[in-house]
Design a protein around this ligand. Sequence first.
Ligand SMILES: C[S@@+](CC[C@H](N)C(=O)[O-])C[C@H]1O[C@@H](n2cnc3c(N)ncnc32)[C@H](O)[C@@H]1O
Length: 389
Amino acid sequence: MSDNLEKYLSLVGESVEEGSLVKMTLSKPAQKHDELRNVYVKPVLIKEKRLFAFTYHYERRDEVKNYDAAQMLEMLREILPQRFLNAVLFTVNEDVTLLVSSKGKATLQTKKVQECREQNLEHDKQKVRLINPANPWWYQLGLTTREGKITADMQHKFKQIYKYAEIVESLVKPMKFEGTVHIADMGAGKGYLTFALHELLTQRLNLDVDIKGVEIRPDLVLKINEIIKTSGLKGLEFVESSIEAYHPEKLDVLIALHACNTATDDAIASGIRAGAELIVCAPCCHKQIRQEMERSGKVDAITRYGIFLERQAVMITDTIRALVLEYFGYKTQVMEFIEMEHTPKNVLLVGRKTKSRIDKEAILKQIETLKKQYGIQQHYLESILPFVD
Ligand SMILES: C[S@@+](CC[C@H](N)C(=O)[O-])C[C@H]1O[C@@H](n2cnc3c(N)ncnc32)[C@H](O)[C@@H]1O
């Protein structure tokens, strides 16, 4: 048996050297109840490096891992024939099949192909979904049923994190990172967005990440870290801390989804202080500015109506946040990230660090004018960031 196995592995090695490996499949699990059902291997070019993408098809999820040639051969030695009894190597001109019987007898068959095939080195992105609800952590987090179906009461939350992740993907894709990407999710709560980003960035964008979910509630942090551990996820950790007290040494991307009231300001300030390249926040409630407006007693034709006072407070709070981001060198966009029916808190502030010259004086003037108009003494962000002309 080992002769044929060795021969198969050496043919794989040769096809790698010649650049003729088109794909490989490993199937027929040696153990009937093995959760890993089959493995699909294909060559890919990632950052101009030729690697081999292994898609592990488990019963309820897929996992993709990229290996270089040596690691790939090592991996094959680990799983053939211990995990799989059937392996087929497809090269540009032949198919080589390794078959191991239940008694351990291995045979090798080679078949020439009629038409010469071509290698496709494109990374097969459509195979990896943005968020795959069948991944087991979604059930543990309470988003899905055991079978990987989004539960009825989590439909809106799923839509929110899906849309948020979609936007983050479009923002992160063109960015250049050196080594590990450092990310903080401020006020991470039950971790839906944090896990979604981990899945998106590691499995779809193939980035090496260090994601911290910053959350003040110790019970949640404990529970989520347990789920991370049992799921075997690397580069993801929950930290028990207030946003204010969390000072990361290195931060590339800061995100926050519905961090309450001024916690969104603390998140923005933390991102600015750490020099994050990208800051993406969907604010929650806007009490601080509304209370200032009410206290001032100033009312105009709009704010005399309670509901419009509320809405105006939202707009002023977020406009000042956007201006503050601009002041500290971020090109800022304000957008809706999802339809109202999924959450009324659907505004997204996106700040991308730029090297463009900033007219700080003009920005400060705009902030002052707004504050004066609505009787606001101070926006909370002004009290926690160093404004210098
Ligand atoms: C509305 S939940 C949002 C959770 C999560 N981002 C999501 O959208 O699913 C806000 C979370 O922020 C946490 N939080 C609020 N203020 C905080 C602070 N100052 N520091 C750390 N966490 C905070 C709360 O405990 C809560 O879990």
